[in-house]
Design a protein around this ligand. Structure first.
Ligand code: ATP
Ligand code: MG
Length: 357
């Protein structure tokens, strides 16, 4: 599988500069820790892949210590019950392993297995105002797509919970999609405020983490909105080739037969072009020029071929990992244990800094 090389955004240039070094196969302690995660609400999709997963793989190969949280509590932010949770959690692990995330170098764990991480929510909640929580644009968007009639406290405090996810291991880099930037900003605020209020002698307790965006920070789904697990508009990484073709045939485009790459003016067509280009390691303008005025049907055929071709080796590996459920559980259990050790130490440090130890 050829991995495309997403360009870093302005927001993460500093973090990237620190990371440009030859690949090594063991953790490099001088690199910042990396934390990211995916809600266990459904299968991972192409938006995850190009938005965050490839950056995780690259950071892993650069020697960074990687933490992947499966935030099971956060499933309940926008629905009443966490349906099929054990299945979705294990399927995420299948995807991670099939992609090449290596449990020897990357800690994969679930929220609910790490009590001290969740306890960090209490001191962190004291550092943000209700008005700030109400202003968060991602929370507003999630509320608009929520399956609940009202807004739960868990939904409103989502960004603070996420700060606990990121700061429990003192992560310095967070590879995410664009929708997560407001949350990351909340984490940065919480880290700064905690350090200012409780850091002794100018020594900060927490780093102020940087977001790492990719060249596809907001891949669109088949309905033209953000591709999301929960919005019925996603192409799962593990989908088969016929399903991929069927979903892409139904993707929203526009009436102009001339295909060109214009993300602002023609977002749906451009997102499809970007998808094909990333799969083929090419420029979206070149892909568009080759299609010319052959229309959306040809565009969709090109994208389908590119996606299926690119994901073929991953999909074969995925089937092999999915067959060994005991291994998936062992990976999680080891990750949970490592995350607990780190969270216990961070909570002890936080309590000491606050005079509560
Ligand atoms: P849900 O609908 O349950 O919220 P989701 O598809 O939005 O699921 P998340 O688990 O919320 O996925 O997000 C996991 C990570 O993937 C986050 O870093 C998020 O920014 C990134 N991501 C999600 N969707 C996209 C997308 N369409 N394009 C780029 N990155 C994405
Ligand atoms: Mg989401």
């Amino acid at each position: 599988m050829t991995l495309p090389n997403p360009a870093p955004s302005h927001a993460i240039r500093a973090a990237r500069t620190a990371l440009v070094r030859p690949a090594v196969s063991r953790p490099a302690p001088e690199l910042p820790r990396v934390l990211t995660g995916d809600r266990p609400t459904g299968p991972l999709h192409l938006g995850h892949y190009f938005g965050s997963l490839l950056n995780r793989l690259r950071l892993q190969s650069e020697g960074a210590e990687l933490f992947i949280v499966i935030p099971d509590y956060q499933v309940l932010t926008d629905r009443d019950t966490a349906d099929q949770l054990p299945f979705f959690v294990e399927e995420l692990v299948v995807d991670y392993l099939a992609l090449g995330l290596d449990p020897e170098r990357t800690v994969i764990f679930r929220h609910s297995a790490v009590p001290a991480l969740n306890q960090l929510l209490l001191p962190f909640l004291s550092l943000v105002s209700v008005a700030e929580l109400h202003r968060n644009p991602t929370v507003k968007d999630e509320i608009a797509h929520s399956r609940q009639a009202g807004v739960s406290g868990l939904m409103l405090t989502y960004p603070v919970h996420q700060a606990a996810d990121i700061l429990f291991c003192k992560a310095g880099i967070v590879p995410v999609g664009q929708d997560q930037l407001p949350h990351l900003e909340a984490t940065r605020t919480i880290a700064r405020r905690f350090n200012a209020r409780y850091g002794k002698g100018g020594s900060p307790v927490f780093p102020v983490p940087e977001a790492l965006l990719s060249a596809a920070p907001l891949l669109l789904g088949t309905d033209g909105g953000k591709m999301s697990k929960s919005r019925g508009n996603a192409i799962a990484l593990g989908a088969d080739e016929d399903e991929t073709a069927r979903l892409l045939r139904g993707a929203k485009t526009d009436a102009d037969r001339r295909i060109c790459y214009d993300p602002a003016g023609r977002p749906e067509v451009s997102s499809l072009l970007l998808l094909a280009a990333l799969c083929q390691g090419r420029d979206p303008h070149t892909v568009a020029a080759e299609i010319g005025d052959a229309g959306a049907g040809r565009l969709k055929a090109v994208v389908t071929e590119a996606v299926n071709e690119h994901l073929r080796p991953f999909r074969a590996r995925r089937a092999a990992f999915a067959a060994d459920r005991a291994h998936l559980r062992a990976v999680l259990s080891r990750g949970n244990e490592r995350a607990r050790e780190i969270a216990d130490a961070t909570l002890a440090e936080v309590n000491a800094a606050m005079g509560m130890a």
